[in-house]
Design a protein around this ligand. Structure first.
Ligand SMILES: [Zn+2]
Length: 345
């Protein structure tokens, strides 16, 4: 047994040493080598470190791509956010109109910023004489001042829409202030003329996208902009106002005018008679919207003989670019925040 155990142990040691397992004799050299290595570490480590750096760089590069995806998604996600939002909105009920796709020669004349003590009644006479219905976007404070004119507007078949109480830039206002502008106007119109408001035109065409949606949700208002703007608030004279309107009106147009300016009202007989002669029919904004066809916009040719091809005013599909300048009683029109009224909804 002693022998065999001796042999076994020697055999074991031989086998173990053969396997390279640590033994006293062999361990020293490794240690010795290990010692110089540390001294040489700067260099060797430098080599390994690059090697490590490489592997590290590799993992780092992999994270980097990971980081890029992260970076891109956020970058892309906002982009994706907007398109979906923009796409989703039009699919629902339409909220905003600059013009309406119709299959006939229908147009809507709209008058802002009144009622005016003398100009509005004068305009009403012109319209009555021709049996033409239009839409008035009134200021609540003026309705309160001239309730009888508001009453007459409705009594003679016209539509009344809200243009706020005092013509502020709503895009710069808080929700509570906006509500006040809308509530007071709605109440004044209801009291004066007994009608509920369903259409709304923000002063300057200025309204944020968020405002547009909550106003539509809470009040049920459709936001009415325009595609024909003669810039009559600059008072260029009746002839210029008339020719600008006549040059750009097409079927489905929503025409913006201000009945607080005498020159604008002076332009109306020519505008009305010429458009009638061209075969146009006047309707209120709500009537025009009710006629909406979802087919491509008809060319002006079908109806009015000689309806000029609009050079400036873009067709309905064009985003609300035109309503950049909405006249105000006093101040020059400030460019409407494009995001506010960008998509046609
Ligand atoms: Zn206005």
């Amino acid at each position: 047994m002693n022998r065999s155990s001796f042999f076994r142990t020697t055999l074991m040691m031989l086998i173990l040493s053969g396997l390279g397992l640590p033994s006293f004799g062999q361990g020293t050299p490794t240690v010795r080598r290990a010692l110089p290595v540390p001294t040489a570490t700067p260099a060797p480590k430098a080599t390994p470190s690059p090697k490590r750096a490489a592997p590290k760089a590799a993992p780092k590069t992999t994270p980097k791509p990971k980081a890029r995806p992260h970076a891109t998604p956020p970058a892309a996600s906002p982009k994706k956010m907007t398109p979906p939002a923009a796409h989703t909105l039009p699919t629902g009920p339409r909220i905003t109109y600059t013009a309406v796709h119709v299959d006939g020669p229908y147009v809507a004349l709209t008058f802002d910023d009144g009622p005016h003590k003398t100009n509005t009644p004068r305009l009403l006479d012109m319209l009555k004489e021709r049996k033409i219905p239009v839409t008035f976007f009134v200021l609540g404070e003026l309705v309160k001042t001239y309730p009888e004119i508001a009453r007459r507007i409705v009594a003679e078949g016209h539509e009344i829409g809200s243009h706020t109480w005092a013509h502020p830039n709503l895009a710069k206002m808080g929700d509570a202030q906006v509500r006040s502008q809308l509530d007071r106007t709605q109440a004044a119109v209801k009291e004066a003329a007994g009608v509920d408001i369903t259409v709304f035109r923000p002063p300057y065409g200025s309204l944020t996208d968020r405002q547009r949606h909550w106003i539509h949700n809470d009040y049920g208002y459709k936001v009415i902009l325009w595609d024909v703007d003669p810039l009559d608030w600059r008072r260029p004279g009746a002839d210029v106002v008339a020719s600008r309107i006549l040059d750009h009106t097409r079927p489905g147009s929503i025409i913006l005018v201000h009945d607080i300016h005498p020159g604008s009202v002076d332009a109306m007989p020519k505008v009305l008679d010429t458009l009638l002669a061209r075969g146009y029919h006047f309707v209120t904004v709500s009537q025009l919207i009710a006629m909406e066809k979802f087919a491509p916009a008809p060319s002006p040719s079908p109806s009015p003989g000689g309806a000029p091809a609009p050079t400036v005013a873009p067709p309905a599909p064009a985003p609300v670019a035109t309503p950049a300048s909405a006249p105000s009683p006093g101040e020059p029109a400030s460019p409407a925040p494009s995001p506010a009224a960008s998509p046609i909804l």
